[in-house]
Design a protein around this ligand. Sequence first.
Ligand code: NAI
Ligand code: MG
Length: 488
Amino acid sequence: MREKKQSLDFTSKWCYEPAPENSDHIQLKKKYELFIDGKFVKPTKGKYFDTINPATEQKLAEIAEADESDVNKAVKAARNSYENVWSKMPAAERGKYIFRIARMIQERAREFAVIETLDGGKPIRESRDIDIPLAANYFFYYAGWADKLAYAFPNRNPKPLGVAGQIIPWNFPLLMAAWKIAPALATGNTVILKPAETTSLTALKLAEIIADSGLPPGVVNIITGGGKTGAAIVNHKDINKIAFTGSTDVGKLIQHSLANTNKKLTLELGGKAANIIFDDAPLDQAVEGIVNGIFFNQGHVCCAGSRLFIQENVANIVIQKLKDRMETLIVGDPMDKNTDIGAINSKQQLETIQKYISIGKKEGADFYQSSCALPKKGYFCKPTLFLNTSQSHRIVQEEIFGPVLTIQTFRTVEEVIEKANNIPYGLSAGVWTDKGSRIFNMTSKLRAGVVWANTYNKFDPTSPFGGYKESGFGREGGLHGLQPYLSL
Ligand code: NAI
Ligand code: MG
């Protein structure tokens, strides 16, 4: 028999056929109203704004813009249901509603994934495999705590705070809604949630589920709008707690507004994480971790591994492997199941990223982008590296929130810890090494809320998440995530 000869050609690129996800099963309304007191209601002033698909620049729907009087209505509904229904309900009953919401998200997971991708631009693979299943998992996890708070905090008599105002960003829309709503309900609070203006649709879909779940009216209110609407929530007198995830600038504004009030506050703000590769690390896995750390979700991740530190003696080989891997990344239609890097969330964010790319070039760092072509329409950015950067560069110090990685080298453990910590942020970090003892040494010295070892960007409802310094305070997830919603 003749032997079939196989030639392996690593230099030529794989060619993929388009594999678009079907969106025929999605029904979007033309107009979305505010979800207040269990009903969808028109905004008082009758104002609406457009939400678009950032991959095509096409309008998807109109979204109601809530003003102060709408916020008043939502707070009134939340207060009323807190006093008369939710705080009086046995905790096990509250848990049942949260379980039901979790199951309903699972049942409608495909619909959620497609809408998340259309509205926000992230690859369907991520919304399908990460965002939506994790959102359901956070509801499941916190449902389980609802009737066990006395065991979570023994001898402490945990009590809910009352009404929580929650403001979330556009990078993980449904997941951030779950991070906020699930622990608030499990601890017996009622909620007013505001999604970000570019990505309101999945939160409004969640409102439909909440209405269908039979949750008593007013326990969860979802109102839409921009910064003004957010500020009206922050400054409302009858709210007991504010939970905010977003930019450090707005976080600081909120902290200012709440000084002198007795509202409780948690802030989850920006980041500029160090991803540190030692010479004994499994280098191929580390390269996957670098790619996942910064190019995942277009770098729209507060804990993105945006500063890469490579031990000097392996720097050349890691950089070469990284460049080779970047060439294989597919940038384009977020609805295609092969896409690795989708659309930047908004024109404004794309401009911010482009501004930082030109700052990096002016600062004198070596610039490298993969050779892929970008779609003609929509907001896209090639995966980008800046090599030979230094601590004083703005691209090293400031959050870019896009697929842009800065690279520095180091020789000793002391040097890299010093550099990694020399930053206003402290949300997360990554360490790649073969030595367990070195991992423990690094995790105790890095000033970051989360340190991943030999992996990156992994989430689990049982793990607390949150920052140091200008990355904010308070923890979300796990047992720790119950605490900000309780008086103990
Ligand atoms: P942003 O902080 O303005 O928006 C986040 C949320 O806050 C949105 O729901 C927004 O409507 C609301 N908001 C805006 N102004 C407010 C105010 N005065 N009071 C209350 N709520 C207010 O973030 P933006 O402008 O969308 O992004 C700017 C930068 O922020 C990004 O380039 C990125 O660096 C960072 N960012 C960080 C996030 C994180 O997860 N830590 C998420 C989103 C952005
Ligand atoms: Mg949108």
